[in-house]
Design a protein around this ligand. Structure first.
Ligand code: ADP
Ligand code: MG
Length: 240
């Protein structure tokens, strides 16, 4: 579903993605972990060209990522993104946040977009909040709205970049539970997170990054019990 080969990315002199080969199969859930600054966010952002790359090839569902223009916009719509900061439109209601993309980008009729939005809001457990503004919701609720908003575009793959890092501890579980449901429902997912419980429960594969490289990848069981590289052993020693 996501296919990256030989991807190189520099920020000035800083080589942030070094010869990255990264594949995600349809329905697969891949958790990306690694120290701060290792390139995890850049990898996520490169997948839909929010961050342009210097070399290499990226394709989504077999279609090479276009450089720009309408073709890029179309492909981007197929990749849902959920960030650490929820990035909801603060002056729009929860329902409007979820219907905006489908109406503007997918040209869905308003009634149809609203019906689908209500289904998705129910599914992530915030159906009763549809008429409120984001600021009236808790952080955990806002993040679940952000997930519903991404799902409303019918993405082929969902990218999550530390979706629970900005949340108070008691709200982390409700967001992770939503993500586990999504994973069990067969969604293709790339998840950058330090939540090892989520990785153990939901991931098909863990990818460990350090210094812009994929150092090691394995099933969660193997990775957590039997890390191969010194970098991974060192990292796990610090967080587990
Ligand atoms: P991670 O998400 O693993 O913490 P990032 O992908 O955010 O890592 O960053 C990788 C490296 O690239 C870091 O050293 C970071 O400081 C640097 N970096 C990220 N974005 C930019 C940018 N827009 N300009 C310059 N350097 C950047
Ligand atoms: Mg990051």
């Amino acid at each position: 579903m996501v296919h990256m080969t030989g991807v190189q990315k520099w920020f000035g002199d800083l080589h942030v993605l070094q010869d990255i080969d990264f594949d995600v199969a349809p329905g697969e859930v891949v958790v990306v972990i690694g120290p701060s600054g290792s390139g995890k966010s850049t990898l996520c952002r490169a997948i839909n060209r929010l961050e342009p790359i210097n070399e290499g090839d990226i394709s989504i569902d077999g279609v090479p990522l276009p450089e720009e223009g309408k073709a890029l916009a179309r492909l981007r719509a197929e990749v849902g993104m959920v960030f650490q900061s929820f990035n909801l439109f603060s002056h729009k209601t929860v329902l409007e946040n979820v219907t905006l993309g489908p109406i503007k980008v997918l040209r869905k009729p308003k009634a149809e977009a609203e019906q689908r939005a209500r289904e998705l809001l129910d599914r992530v457990g915030v159906g009763s909040q549809a008429g409120k503004l984001p600021a009236q919701l808790s952080g955990g609720q806002q993040q679940r709205v952000a997930i519903a908003r991404a799902l409303a575009m019918d993405p082929k793959v969902m990218l999550f970049d530390e979706p629970t890092s900005a949340l108070d501890p008691e709200m982390i579980k409700e967001v992770l539970d939503t993500m586990v449901d999504l994973a069990r429902g067969g969604m293709t997912m790339v998840v950058v997170t330090h939540e090892m419980g989520f990785a153990r429960t939901a991931a098909d594969r863990v990818v460990f990054m350090a210094d812009g490289r994929i150092v090691e990848e394995n099933t969660p069981d193997e990775f957590f019990t039997n890390p191969q590289s010194d970098r991974a052993k060192d990292f796990l020693g610090k967080i587990l």
